[in-house]
Design a protein. Structure first.
Length: 464
């Protein structure tokens, strides 16, 4: 049984969104629109293709999904009583994904060409639809920002997990070895006590211990250099008829052959074995403890960096922000990604750079998105430079990479929502759009210049 014009107007009068409009305006909409019946799985509008018009959902369920870098995700959905498609004064042209009917759906469609007449003939409906458009814009904005934050958080979490795992594993290994070395130290100390050394000999023992614990003055030895050093110490021990079991631990220290020769002039035989054993295991224990301390400081530094990056203990208000720690913390939390590609990230700040006025957490997200994009752009062994300098009453922060650059065609669209030059599944197309929104929220501006081998994003912010 076909639906009459009166039946359609009655249904529109019961519509959740449009039902409060005057009946004559609903009659105009019914007269100029047409009914569409969608089967489950049928596409209402396609990604990248112009939306045909306004859609009033009378029954059923339609959802729009898009690939935001980690597979298809539902962005928004419409059910009976909702309005979708192009709304009056909307800038919507190409949707970010396909709008698909999830069940048999009935809509009243109004072609795009009738929207101008709608605004003249139907004041109340236009007013309702403009409010709907504003609500939809707020939903997309908050959804995009939250989604990009979650993706950024996922990337940072993966990088930080890798960064934290290295020192944590080092602490675990060193602690296990330290337990063995402490037991060796106890045995070596008893043997040293049994040797009953004179004061002169004890002074020589202190000298050899100082030699073992000396700070390494050269670069870390290679495996070949370490092997050669161990062989040389074995030869020295053999010449002096001493236990060669101490060779490996002595080779790990900075003890010199000059110090060994001086010790051998005042201590000999089993007493010399006891001294060398005690010095070697003592140095090994101290070195392990130093390694544990260094790894713990590395973890503490990473925790402080992520705390500073997220501004966990600061109010969400505009404040005076020192760009030095802000940029440094961002680089630290992205260091794992830079290290994977052997990319050098250099931060250079002008001397006496004044603080800027802004929202600290938002500024960190700006730097995070821009530096992360730069790391994606450069090739293995590339370089990313971060410069900050004062120009008038604004601080200019530049993020420069030596990647392949952005084509002139794409350069004009880099800040557009859902536009990305990255391969499918590797970019959401939201990062730079959000950067622009956040920069504007901080009363700043953002610009980009690009040519082959150099891409520069410049962010200008007001000084505090």
């Amino acid at each position: 049984m076909s639906m009459t014009a009166s039946d359609l107007i009655d249904r529109l009068a019961e519509h959740k969104t449009l039902g409060t409009a005057p009946r004559e305006e609903l009659a105009w909409l019914a007269a100029h629109g047409f009914l569409r019946h969608l089967k489950a799985g049928e596409v209402l509008s396609h990604k990248g293709m112009q939306v045909d018009g306004l859609y009033v959902v009378l029954s059923g369920h339609v959802s729009l999904s898009a690939d935001r870098g980690s597979g298809m995700q539902k962005i928004i959905e419409w059910r009976a009583g909702d309005v979708s498609g192009v709304l009056p004064y909307s800038r919507l042209v190409n949707p970010p994904g396909d709008a698909v009917a999830q069940e048999p759906t009935e809509i009243l469609a109004l072609d795009r060409e009738h929207l101008r007449a709608l605004t003249h003939e139907c004041f109340e409906i236009t007013s309702i639809l403009v409010r709907t458009m504003l609500d939809r814009a707020r939903l997309f904005t908050s959804s995009d920002l939250l989604n990009e934050k979650m993706i950024s958080l996922g990337k940072l979490s993966a990088g930080l997990a890798h960064e934290l795992n290295n020192p944590a594993s080092a602490i675990e290994r060193s602690a296990a070895l330290l337990e063995d070395r402490l037991e060796d130290t106890e045995k070596a100390t008893r043997a040293l006590g049994a040797a009953r050394l004179s004061d002169a000999q004890l002074a020589a023992v202190d000298a050899i211990l100082a030699s073992c614990m000396a700070t390494q003055t050269q670069a870390v030895r290679t495996c070949l250099e370490q092997s050669d050093r161990e062989e040389a110490i074995v030869d020295w021990l053999v010449r002096h008829k001493l236990d060669v079991a101490n060779a490996a631990m002595l080779a790990d220290t900075e003890v010199t052959f000059e110090a060994l020769d001086q010790l051998a002039t005042v201590v000999s035989g089993s007493a010399l074995n006891a001294v060398l054993r005690w010095a070697a295991v003592g140095c090994a224990a101290r070195r392990l403890a130093s390694g544990i301390q260094g790894a713990a400081m590395r973890i503490s530094g990473l925790v402080m960096a992520i705390k500073g990056f997220t501004n966990m203990d600061q109010a969400i208000v505009a404040q005076s922000v020192d760009l030095g720690p802000s940029l440094d913390n961002t680089v630290i939390v992205l260091q794992s990604k830079a290290r994977e590609k052997s990319v050098e990230v250099a931060v250079e700040l002008e001397v006496d750079l004044p603080p800027v006025l802004g929202f600290a957490a938002e500024l960190n997200q700006i730097w995070g998105n821009l530096i992360d994009n730069a790391l994606d752009a450069v090739s293995h062994g590339g370089r990313v430079a971060v410069h900050a300098s004062l120009k008038g009453h604004r601080v200019i922060v530049s993020i420069i990479d030596d990647g392949p650059g952005i084509s002139a065609k794409d350069l004009a669209r880099v800040f557009d929502p859902f536009f990305t030059t990255k391969p499918m599944g590797h970019g959401t197309g939201l990062g730079l759009d959000i950067v622009r929104r956040l920069v504007r929220h901080n009363d700043g501006t953002v610009e980009v210049e690009s040519k082959r081998g150099r891409t520069e994003f410049r962010v200008a912010l007001p000084i505090a």
